[in-house]
Design a protein around this ligand. Sequence first.
Ligand code: CP3
Length: 346
Amino acid sequence: MKQTDSQFIRACFRRETEYTPVWFMRQAGRFLPSYRRIKGARSVLDVAKDPELSSEVVVDAVRALGVDAGIIFADIMLPLEAMGVRFRIEEDVGPIVSNPIRAPGDVATLRRLNPQTDLPYVYDGIDKTIQKLDGRTPLIGFSGAPFTLAAYLIEGGPSRELSKTKALMYSSSETWQLLMRSLTDMVKDYLAGQVRHGVSAIQLFDSWVGCLSPRDYHKFVFPFTREIFASVGSVPRIHFCADSSALVEEFRRTGPEVLSVDWRLPIEDVWRRCGDNTSVQGNLDPVAALVGGAEMEDQVTGILEKADGRSGHIFSLGHGVLRDTNPENLRQIVNIVHTRAGRKTG
Ligand code: CP3
């Protein structure tokens, strides 16, 4: 069996599967003892820039959890560093940018990325990871989406309301368009390189775009996301957003095969609203995976029942694994999903 015939890729394309495939966002992370051991005193960016280490943490996570896909070990901020953005990643907080963008002149300081020469470690990491995987487990590539990247660049760090981002979007069309254009070009080049190096699927993380109304999304973000998905040929495309309840129809129209949604949205609603020809990834609350036990089992089973054995379901969490999660809980989820989701019922 090749990667393209794996249960995960089959589910992305809504082909029939033997069981429901499962993987977790942030499955290579601090909750995993092997990750903490490999990481040692290094920063997450140091690990991402070392192909030997980054490939190791991906493969370790796949083996430790028994999941159906790996995801490249990088961070959405990496390509921005190569474009001239200065930032640090603060533990338990996220990226803090020291030169935030507020005006057209600031956008002009962003360099056009040449992924192969600027980010050789990402592509070497992909080559090494694919070599170390067993030849069957697909590797997912990813990028941050322009809106979510723009939000970090404009706010200067994580923010609940994203009010600076929205204020700039509403009041300075020129800056917004320039910034989104520059980020869209980067994401297209970055993902094209990942596909050339053999990733089996790509996921676009628009983690924070759920703060927009459908009208704003359509006007300020939609054309860029659609352009990115249109540029990715041949491999399945996954769109992720936290808090996507108001926007799933818009996301579907940007062109991806798979919508990755969080726990706020009953999973069957995505099929009802977007059509049965959509694949859906999700959507267990990461807190359920953290607490484990009967509540977790109940929620996992509930999602499987609502998905009703459809071929187009990939089981996952609604967002990343929380750091105090016991890996045993995730192994238990994999086991339940692989055995109980079982065969297609209809
Ligand atoms: O298995 C994987 O998913 C690992 C690869 C990965 C990382 N970041 C490594 C990382 C991926 C897919 C990301 C994406 C990412 N990074 C997103 C999109 C996904 C999402 O969560 O919405 C975002 C918004 C970021 C920015 C970022 N980087 C945040 C918010 C944080 C968390 C800060 C913290 O300490 O909790 C990071 C740091 C980061 N990136 C970690 C990892 C494994 C944790 C820090 C560490 O291990 O030192």
